[in-house]
Design a protein around this ligand. Structure first.
Ligand code: PEP
Ligand code: MN
Length: 345
């Protein structure tokens, strides 16, 4: 962080400021020129309150030259984080294939889809029980009953489950859930994020519709700062002026996030495009971009799905895509193909 002081700043006030900043454990290097005085702060400046410094009379300008997140920052944690749910791992070379319907609709539906996606190589089962719908008249999800159906599907197939929480009050229902999803609309629900930081369970954090990657990382920071290190980031498309697709898939988010953070990054081409026909190409593109996994909506009967049918793959289309993804990883990237059956360590 660099602080530029006003010309003829009061000496006593400058001294007071430097002492106060030193309390944050950073070193201060002062450069005094003919006209200006500059303070260079070295060390972990993530807790130094930029806005309070900015508002001081003796300060002309403040610039952060270091990212405002520490726990999520690759600089402080160079090795990739590997997130684990049951036997499934994501990150550090482990590829996660998360698949399932947008919403859990019936026990038969979720069990059938779970069997189908498992046979096709999925490593985790997704399914929404609490659904954030734009219209209050749309299907809102089966709530607690839906979570229980997912748990039954897990028992049938062994696939760990991923499902979305929308509100803190729902937390008791998520005790047996393997991965808790925070949806795009809740990416900046800071109270929720803080609470999830107290858990010791993987969180899949989706990028908000209109959020920058730095904001996504600051939201992850909330969870990490609470001591929960198991965070998966998810790029799911952002709002742009383009209307041909539901959202615009920001694929460059994958390599950018890999530079900035050690957390695994998965891509959701279903919500990004909104169209089943576009999902395979974007899933493969995300794989080529180095994504640590994919989250793909699969429905046994997309035409009659209660939510997001147009973007859902049939089980057959998913099986075909899964083969292409694993072949692609093997042949082009030299990466392992099928989901790991890890040997005991
Ligand atoms: C979902 O994954 O079911 C979902 C609602 O996605 P998003 O939060 O990305 O819109
Ligand atoms: Mn959906």
């Amino acid at each position: 962080m660099i602080i530029k002081l006003r010309q003829n700043a009061d000496k006593a006030q400058v001294e007071h400021l430097t002492h106060w900043i030193q309390e944050y454990g950073v070193e201060i290097h002062t450069v005094t020129g003919k006209m200006d005085t500059i303070l260079g702060l070295v060390g972990d400046t993530s807790r130094v309150p930029l806005e309070r410094i900015q508002s001081l009379e003796i300060v002309e300008d403040v610039k952060r030259i270091q990212e405002p997140y520490k726990n999520a920052n690759r600089k402080f944690h160079p090795d990739d984080t590997v997130v684990q749910a049951e036997e499934a791992r994501i990150g550090g070379g482990h590829f996660g294939l998360i698949a399932g319907p947008c919403s859990v609709e019936t026990e038969e539906q979720i069990i059938q889809v779970a069997r189908n996606v498992k046979a096709a190589g999925a490593t985790m089962l997704r399914g929404g029980a609490f659904k954030p719908r734009t219209s209050p008249y749309s299907f809102q999800g089966l709530r607690g009953k839906g979570v229980r159906m997912l748990l039954n599907a897990k028992e049938e197939t062994g696939l760990p489950i991923v499902t979305e929480i929308m509100d803190l009050s729902q937390l008791p229902l998520f005790e047996e859930v393997d991965v808790i999803q925070v949806g795009a609309r809740n990416m900046q629900n800071f109270e929720l994020l803080k609470e999830l930081g107290h858990l010791r369970k993987p969180i899949l954090l989706k990028r908000g519709l209109a959020n920058t990657l730095e904001e996504l990382l600051m939201s992850a920071e909330y969870i990490l700062a609470g001591g929960n290190e198991q965070v998966i980031l998810c790029e799911r498309g952002i709002r742009t002026f383009e209307t041909a697709t539901r959202n615009t898939l920001d694929l460059s988010a994958v390599p950018v996030l890999h530079q900035l953070t050690h957390l695994p990054v998965v891509v959701d081409p279903s919500h990004a495009t909104g169209k089943a026909a576009l999902v395979p190409s974007m899933a493969l593109a995300a794989t080529a971009a180095g994504a640590d996994g994919l989250m793909i909506e699969v429905h046994n009967d997309p035409a009659h799905a209660l939510c997001d049918g147009p973007q859902s793959l049939t089980p057959d289309a998913f099986a075909d895509l899964s083969r292409r993804i694993f072949t692609f990883r093997e042949t082009l990237c030299g990466l392992s193909s099928q989901p790991e059956k890890e040997e005991a360590e």
